[in-house]
Structure formats: structure tokens, C-alpha cells
Design a protein. Structure first.
Length: 241
């Protein structure tokens, strides 16, 4: 299977669902095969338990034998682990605003404790309240009103208890960092970051030095959620245009 014929498996970020990829899917065109599952803890089903192992197992079942894998933020972290665990199936890896994790042990522990506090708080909120609060996260600033409204509607598909479980099982503090395994990625890796996303641009630059076959693309005018802000640009990069 050539890149031109690849099936794209798309992994969403925390609080989103597979439906958040629809603008990119539309931009890819009607003949492109895509799979955009709801990651464990997300969406109306909010599958449990939510662990890296169960999520990778779900991915192994829904993905075709060979596929191009694209992940955004939390989905990018999962995509990195998936590419390392099934290198013979992932023919290309695309990461949007993603990180290999927190390498420093004390910093990772502090993040895990912070995520646990947030998860407990989420469980006590209505989904509408949490969705509005999450939209104010600084890293998501700058999304156009219509895109922000679509993202809000997408978040309402999930439940507070499901999102809390996902944060505990898949948060940055929960997953083992893979900085020391980046050299194992033998497939082509495309990293996409927004021009306004300084934090993840710096992370991507570090990653590019460690990955054998890596390309970094900075999308002008975009922030962290590049696939929401510039779905056309993401589709072009997925297609290799």
C-alpha cells in the first residue's frame, strides 16, 4: 500500500471525540478512507477501563492491517506508543501538537498529582460546566468562534466520569515517556505544530533531532489545535501535497 492509498487512523485529543476530525476528513475528500474512533473514556460509550493497554488494544482491532496514524495532543502521545508497539502496521506517523511525555521523574509525579486533582474536580461537575471551563485553557486560545462552538458541542458528547477516567489513565503524568525510544521509529514521521504554539514547537524541534526520518511543519497563524483551526493545511500535509 502506497502513501497515496493509505487509510488514515485519526486519534483525537483529551475532551474531544472522533467527530472532531470531521473538518479534516471533509478536506481530505470523499474517496479517502479514514477511521476516527472515540478513545476510551470519551464519547457517549466512555469505554472502561481506560489504560494505555486497553486503548492500544482497541486501536489494533479497529485499524486495518497497514495504515497511516495521526494523533493530536493526547492522541499524539497514544499514537507514539502505538507506532512503537506495532511498527509493522504503522506505515507513517503524523503528530499534531504532541509530546513523548515528561522525562523528569519528579515533574511527572507532580503532573500526575495535578491530573488526579483535576479528575476529582471533573467528576463533581456537569459536562456543560466543564466543557466551558476547558475551552478557556490558555493553550486553546485563538480558535475562531465557529470552531470553538463545534469543539464545545463535541465535548458535550462525553461524560464527566469518562473524562476523569481518561485523564487518570492517559494523562501526561500517567504515561511512561518515550523520549529514549524515538530512534526506534523507522517509519516516516511528520510533526505539525501551530505558529502560535511555542511550547509544542520547541518539543517538536527536539523530537525531530532524535527521529531518523522526521519532518517538522509549522502552520502559520495556528495555535495548538491545528486540525480545528486549519483543517485544510492538515489535510494537505496528510496527503503529502
Amino acid at each position: 500500500m502506497s502513501d497515496a492509498d493509505s487509510v488514515f487512523v485519526l486519534l483525537h485529543g483529551f475532551t474531544n471525540t472522533g467527530a472532531s476530525w470531521q473538518p479534516v476528513i471533509d478536506a481530505l475528500g470523499p474517496h479517502r478512507q479514514t477511521v476516527a474512533p472515540d478513545i476510551g473514556g470519551h464519547g457517549p460509550e466512555a469505554r472502561r477501563p481506560v489504560t494505555l493497554e486497553t486503548v492500544l488494544g482497541d486501536l489494533e482491532r479497529v485499524a486495518p492491517e497497514r495504515f497511516a496514524l495521526c494523533g493530536y495532543s493526547m492522541g499524539g502521545r497514544i499514537a507514539l506508543h502505538a507506532a512503537l508497539s506495532m511498527p509493522d502496521r504503522v506505515q507513517r506517523l503524523v503528530l499534531i501538537g504532541a509530546s513523548p511525555g515528561i522525562a523528569d521523574g519528579p515533574e511527572r509525579s507532580a503532573r500526575r498529582e495535578a491530573d488526579e486533582r483535576l479528575a476529582t474536580e471533573i467528576e463533581g461537575l456537569e459536562i456543560e460546566t466543564f466543557a466551558r471551563r476547558w475551552a478557556q485553557t490558555p493553550i486553546l486560545a485563538g480558535v475562531a468562534p465557529e470552531m470553538a462552538a463545534a469543539a464545545h458541542a463535541d465535548r458535550l458528547r462525553s461524560t464527566p466520569t469518562g473524562l476523569a477516567a481518561a485523564l487518570r489513565g492517559l494523562g501526561t503524568g500517567a504515561l511512561t515517556p518515550v523520549w529514549d525510544r524515538l530512534a526506534e521509529l523507522t517509519m516516516p514521521v511528520t510533526m505539525i505544530v501551530g505558529e502560535r504554539d511555542a511550547k509544542f514547537t520547541a518539543i517538536a524541534e527536539q523530537m525531530a533531532m532524535a527521529i531518523p526520518d522526521a519532518q517538522l511543519h509549522v502552520v502559520p497563524g495556528a495555535g495548538h489545535a491545528v486540525h480545528l483551526e486549519r483543517p485544510d493545511a492538515v489535510a494537505e500535509l496528510l496527503l503529502g501535497v
